[in-house]
Design a protein around this ligand. Structure first.
Ligand code: SF4
Length: 567
């Protein structure tokens, strides 16, 4: 009994220790990345130099300071004529990541608020995918000429082949910046009848207005239309007074002329807002205006009386009203909401392949040679060349930093979960044995030549250590945000050879040639992802005793702690 218990107890203890180290490293990477992002906060608001916008505005001579109206900068020619404005997708898009990180995109608009073009300013995504996108004019120019609503109404985008995730993320980031998607109001409380009755005393109910999502019709008890009501949130949520934004109620008569304004709620400094609400003249300034007229007001030229003692609050509330008026006045076709998970045919294909791989791995089917070889062909062609869905350090560490791409790549997420969960709970490295296209390619090449190479002695020790050293290097690159491409450390992107860099291609070619002479040479002596999956495999330690791997893992944890402490 004691013997049985001892044997049972020790492997589990070690396994928990290993999984705990793995989880700790993921948390450390995430925490370090959050710190890094926090350090970079505000960078997006750095002013863009005029040289950077010449490709969009050849006559540009100067750029304005930060314009809180659109949250960007205005572009002027030498005569001071406004040519348009630029905005950046960061920080709104900082949580939207492609393959391994978010991208900050500059969006240039002409003077009629139509897109002139986009430019990638900064990206934490993989260099190879990004380079492919930056050279694809069809991608960069696909939105040229569209206004904001037309952009947001577009559901199909042209994604660069081999860099689909990055393409989708850039498009989503711009959409987020332009207020697309389900933008959440800072003021969740909906307008109530009691707020409207001071202006329309018979108000009894609201009714939606077709194609005017931000406007509600006000009805009396008989259902007779009395006017309309709206508010400045969420459009003006980014407009900060002294301390925060303010939500303004807007009441219109049946001809859509303003009959009343009132502060609904605010995060601004209460005494200043109180000064504003007590100043009847300020709100009366806008009475009798149409929304479109308000949207065209130039706050400086119009000479609007700013409330003395609450200058910043009243200027911000006015800017918020001007900005929101255009949004409320617009008619728009309803944009179908994006599904929580965007399950496309390619994702379903990957999920089916993963399920088949698991079926073969965990049943007697694994003994059928013809099935194994045929399925490996599916892995190489479909998972590798067609879908390019593979688990890699670039993918795992990118997700550890920025979060998992549940919605944009559900197939890849399913594959990754299978790769991680199977070794932890079953002790089987199913990804390496039954799902990895590069492992399958090595198997196909194995035993194709009659010569074998035996790696022994010091050479074997050095080569055995190589995957672990690479894994450590991946950790350091990620936590230090070094500009070194993780994709270039592994061969997997070679399946997308149009995108692959020389380092990736070289590793793939050398790995495949080596596998002619050594069974799965790259898996044994080069793959950091394989080493990682081996480490978290239950029962991975044959003796159940603490071994070199466990000390090395503790070393990884110490390195991670050191990188966080001395950052
Ligand atoms: S060790 Fe690496 S290359 Fe080999 S099968 Fe596993 S993940 Fe693929």
């Amino acid at each position: 009994m004691k013997k049985y218990f001892g044997n049972f107890y020790r492997p589990w203890t070690l396994h928990v220790y290993r999984v705990a180290i793995f989880v700790f490293l993921l948390v450390a990477i995430r925490q370090q990345h959050s710190w890094y992002i926090a350090q970079r906060a505000g960078e997006a608001k750095q002013l863009t130099p005029v040289e950077d916008v010449i490709p969009f505005y050849p006559n540009a001579a100067s750029l304005s300071d930060w314009d809180s109206g659109h949250g960007g900068q205005n572009v002027f020619d030498a005569e001071g004529k406004k040519l348009g404005h630029i905005i950046q997708s960061s920080p709104d898009a900082d949580e939207i990541y492609g393959f391994s990180g978010p991208t900050n995109t500059l969006i240039a608009f002409d003077d009629t608020k139509r897109i002139l073009g986009i430019e990638i300013l900064r990206s934490d995504d993989t260099k190879e995918h990004l380079a492919e996108i930056e050279h694809d004019e069809a991608f960069l120019q696909q939105w040229n000429g569209l206004d904001r609503d037309e952009f947001l109404a577009q559901n199909d985008i042209y994604a660069v082949s081999g860099a689909t995730l990055t393409s989708d993320a850039i498009a989503d980031g711009i959409a987020r910046r332009l207020g697309g998607g389900n933008r959440i109001s800072r003021f969740p409380q909906e307008i109530e009848i009691s707020e409207v009755t001071p202006f329309l005393e018979d108000a009894a109910a609201f009714a939606p207005v077709e194609k005017r999502p931000f406007l509600q019709q006000v009805l009396d008890g008989e259902g007779t239309p009395l006017g309309y009501v709206s508010r400045t949130s969420p459009h003006a949520d980014d407009m900060i007074g002294y301390q925060g934004p303010t939500d303004l109620l807007i009441v219109l008569d049946p001809d859509e002329l303003v009959i009343g304004l009132a502060v609904r709620n605010t995060y601004d400094n209460e005494p200043y807002v109180k000064l504003l609400t007590e100043d009847e003249y300020f709100f009366n300034t806008f009475k009798g205006f149409e929304l479109m007229q308000i949207s065209e007001i130039d706050i400086v030229e119009s000479g609007i009386d700013i409330v003395s003692g609450a200058t910043k609050t009243s200027v911000t509330v006015t800017e918020g009203l001007i900005h929101s008026a255009l949004e409320i006045a617009r008619t728009r076709e309803p944009v179908p909401p994006k599904p929580l998970i965007d399950l496309r045919a390619r994702d379903i294909g990957t999920i089916v392949v993963v399920l088949l791989g698991l079926l073969i791995a965990f049943t007697r089917l694994k003994g059928k040679r013809w099935l194994r070889i045929g399925f490996q062909g599916v892995l190489i062609v479909y998972l590798g060349f067609i879908n390019a869905d593979m688990v890699s350090q670039a993918l795992l560490l990118g997700w550890a930093k920025s979060g998992v791409a549940w919605s944009v790549a559900p197939g890849l997420v399913f594959l990754t979960l299978a790769a991680l969960i199977a070794p932890i709970f079953t002790g089987k490295q199913v990804y390496c044995t039954h799902l990895c296209p590069f492992g399958a390619a090595q198997d196909w090449l194995g035993k194709r030549v009659p010569w074998r190479i035996a790696v022994k002695g010091v050479a074997e020790k050095i080569l055995n250590a190589l995957p672990v050293v690479l894994l450590l290097w991946c950790l350091i690159i990620t936590m230090q945000h070094l500009s070194f491409s993780l994709v270039g450390l592994e061969p997997f992107d070679a399946f997308v050879f149009r995108v692959a860099g020389w380092a990736t291609l070289a590793i793939a070619i050398v790995g495949l040639i080596a596998s002619l002479f050594i069974n799965r040479a790259y898996c044994r002596y080069g793959c950091p992802t394989g080493a990682m999956l081996k480490f978290i495999r239950f029962g991975g330690s044959a003796s159940g005793r603490i071994g070199t791997r466990d000390y090395v893992a503790a070393g990884f944890a110490l390195v991670a702690i050191a990188l966080m402490v001395f950052r």
